[in-house]
Design a protein around this ligand. Sequence first.
Ligand code: SF4
Ligand code: SF4
Length: 386
Amino acid sequence: MLYRKNIKTGEDISILGFGAMRMPTLEDGTIDKQPSQQMVNYCLEHGVNYFDTAIPYHGGQSEAFLGEALQDVRKDVYIATKMLHNNINTYDDMEKMFAQQLKNLRTDYIDYYMVHGFVNAKLWHRLKAFGFADFVKKYKASGAIHRIGFSAHMSFPDFKEVLDDFDWDFAQMQYNYIDEDIQVSSKGLAYAQAKGIPLIVMEPIRGGLLTTINDEIKAIFDKAREKKTPAAWALRWVWNHPGFLTVLSGMSTLEQVKQNIETASVALPNSMTADDMLIINEAIAAFKSKIVVPCTQCGYCMPCPYGVRIPAIFESYNLYYILSETRGKRWYYVMTSGMMGGKGEASLCEECGVCESKCPQGIHIIDELKNAKAILAPDETRESVI
Ligand code: SF4
Ligand code: SF4
């Protein structure tokens, strides 16, 4: 296992982090503890020291599972979990939630505590108003929170706004070879690096989708001298960037754990060969040729006075064609149904036109929202996409 140093604290963190959100399950949907524990044990034996969980993972069971699985090695690992900001409406809500999380995780401190999944800066300002700074001060002073951060599914301008508005110890962003220009994007990576804020990567394999490549991409990867699995291509591409502290992978089988650990043993920063870079850039170009709306997720069109989440809708719309229908519909549902704080569906558009004049890409937003809505939001698919 390779490690990277937290530039703020000096901690050595394994470059592969265990994401406890896609572990094996039984038929009734509960975590299948025996193979899941086997995966955790294999990680521990092979040097993984960063474990990430959150309240909603596995229907609320993930934290408790991880607490039990890591109880004998607590002092040797870093545990990350998240404040569900949608459920916070008072200062006391923060304290109650945190107390329950400590209990779930069988610990009296969280190494990396973060606010879960801001989709815009407005949600940060809402949380801040409940006394977030006092909460952090109190629990950092008591030693119950070691590092405070936030995870982001938002545009670069919103990310920058949140990053600049608090004394964060770290941040977490989505990054993979098809999302270089999406959400926080490479701009956010450069900005956080310049500020000296460590970054953690989520979705390096796009929820597993970059392992289910089509024949066109497979043919491109097959040209490489050194053969790699699709997952290894995706992970190596992220690890090739020196600016990231650790990369989370939500692994579902012991075999995936073994393969990712093997990849992590050689993935030094800037270690991809010129041949590898040519191949992966060709694959990226093939993926990007399927993009239907040239939205760069810049966020300049926002906020929409009627609450339409324009960038997220176009991201889902492109995913529908780049990856799969299911992935596009699922992401649309996640980002617009209210799960991430406030609805933002395309059907909310009142065609006021405010957004169109602000879009640097000249996208006909009103028309494209109608197109996106037609394929992403038919009511009868809602139940089946989640
Ligand atoms: S045109 Fe539609 S999406 Fe654009 S700002 Fe107006 S209501 Fe929002
Ligand atoms: S629609 Fe245009 S302005 Fe809005 S995020 Fe996309 S590229 Fe930026």
